[in-house]
Design a protein around this ligand. Structure first.
Ligand code: CO8
Length: 389
């Protein structure tokens, strides 16, 4: 025990762990609320026409209509990016038409992972040869193995190791915590963490309650020590904190067991579904307490934060969380919102906010990256800006 303490102290003194670069890649296609609602409503009206008799006999429930006004007011979302738009708005399909790729081709998810990774490497002023571990962490991977991370590692010519991990909305923060630990203990010197959130294939565009929530995106982050860091903008990771608590309120039952259970592999329960109101009510206090506890452990208070890079699921959730902690709603400058343009991008949301809103911070400014969502899972990293090089 004594030697472990000594080791921890030694690590603390010897190496500061740094976020030295980040990358954000946006898909080329945008879908506005209006486009999505028009397609959903055309589908719902067709369904209701075709099932008019059953609906009248109360054997089938009529599909309710969606509105763009509701979506923006309830969530703050105005649009989202789509990796492939073709097929999503086709009311006879309502899912993207993603071309299958052969085993000899780069996979879709590795491609978008690489797009963000290359930007992060440039921002960190790093060559791929200086990276020695790759983590691909997101809500879904398009296959079980070989890991997408190893495919990316191969494409970039990185020596070392890579692995995939899934933690739904907290995949990015949990992976950054693993990277922090790896660099702290010396199992890796420079870790590339990538979040290729290809959510569109898992969205039920026929479900009025959730058809608007998600968008596709890819983010990447470089974690290394101050000894190797040579980037202009860098952040010391002051501390990390993770918590999970089981809940059925957000689920996707898609999985390899379906082949053996004879369940419908394309059933609605295999796609994303949730009890959104319950999630809202339960997760906001959990996330607020989590941030308060994490700051207290570091001898800080919410007033010490210059920036809140919060998970981007719902504008009203973020306002409520900041109000609980500050006694007032955080301003957009303090807690940037990217939901209007990007929608909910699963684990990447807080990292999009970080990518877009960090360079203006001054040396010594403190911020928190915090994710919250399915699991439930909550993850945070408290960062301190270093001198601009
Ligand atoms: N248009 C018009 N009206 C609607 C619509 C719509 N599209 N949808 C619902 N309504 C109606 C409802 O029927 C209801 O009507 P009534 O009052 O007559 O019953 C009324 O509007 C209010 O409905 P809700 O109470 O459901 O509305 P909310 O104010 O709660 O807003 C939200 C719904 C926006 C979903 C909100 O509850 C929310 O954002 N909750 C938080 C959810 C959350 O954070 N979830 C995390 C999910 S992400 C995650 O964990 C990662 C998963 C992995 C990624 C998955 C990729 C696919």
């Amino acid at each position: 025990m004594a030697s472990l303490k000594h080791f921890e102290r030694h690590v603390e003194v010897a190496r500061k762990i740094i976020i030295s670069g980040s990358g954000l890649w946006k898909p080329p296609h945008v879908i506005t609320n209006e486009e999505l609602v028009d397609a959903y409503n055309a589908y719902a009206e067709k369904f209701n026409r075709e099932n008019a008799k059953e609906i009248e006999r109360e054997e089938v429930e009529a599909k309710p209509l969606s509105t763009a006004e509701f979506i923006e007011k309830a969530s703050g979302i105005k649009a989202r990016y789509a990796y492939i738009k073709d097929g999503i708005l086709d009311i006879d399909r309502m899912r993207p038409r993603i071309p299958a790729r052969s085993e000899d081709e780069l996979s879709h998810q590795a491609e978008i992972a690489l797009n963000a990774a290359r930007i992060a490497l440039t921002e960190a002023n790093k060559d791929a040869s200086e990276v020695d571990a790759v983590i691909v962490s997101c809500a879904y991977t398009e296959r079980s193995y070989p890991a997408i991370a190893i495919e990316v590692q191969g494409a970039l010519g990185i020596k070392g190791f890579g692995f995939d991990m899934l933690v739904a909305c907290s995949a990015a923060t949990f992976a950054l915590q693993r990277a922090f630990e790896m660099v702290s203990t010396g199992t890796a010197n420079c870790v590339l963490v990538i979040n290729p959130e290809l959510t569109s294939p898992q969205i039920n565009y026929r479900d009025r309650d959730s058809h608007f929530i998600f968008g596709d995106i890819s983010t990447a982050t470089i974690v290394e020590s101050d000894e190797t860091c040579k980037s202009k903008h860098s952040y010391e990771i002051m501390g990390t904190k993770a918590v999970t608590s089981f809940s059925n309120n957000i689920r996707s039952n898609f999985g390899y067991i379906t082949y053996a259970t004879d369940a419908d592999p394309y059933g609605a329960d295999k796609l994303f579904h949730q009890h959104g109101r319950s999630v809202f009510k339960e997760v906001c206090p959990m996330a607020a307490k989590h941030i308060a506890d994490h700051l207290a452990e570091l001898g800080l208070t919410p007033d010490d934060l210059k920036r809140w890079w919060l998970h981007q699921a719902n504008l009203n959730m973020n306002l409520l969380i900041s109000k609980r902690l500050l006694g007032r709603e955080a301003t957009r400058d303090e807690a940037p919102i990217v939901l209007d343009e990007y929608a909910n991008t699963a684990s990447a949301g807080s990292l999009i906010a970080f990518n877009l809103y960090h360079k203006d911070l001054q040396e010594g400014d403190i911020g928190v990256i915090c994710s919250f969502g399915a699991g439930y899972s909550i993850g945070s990293l408290v960062l301190k800006k270093r001198a601009v090089a």
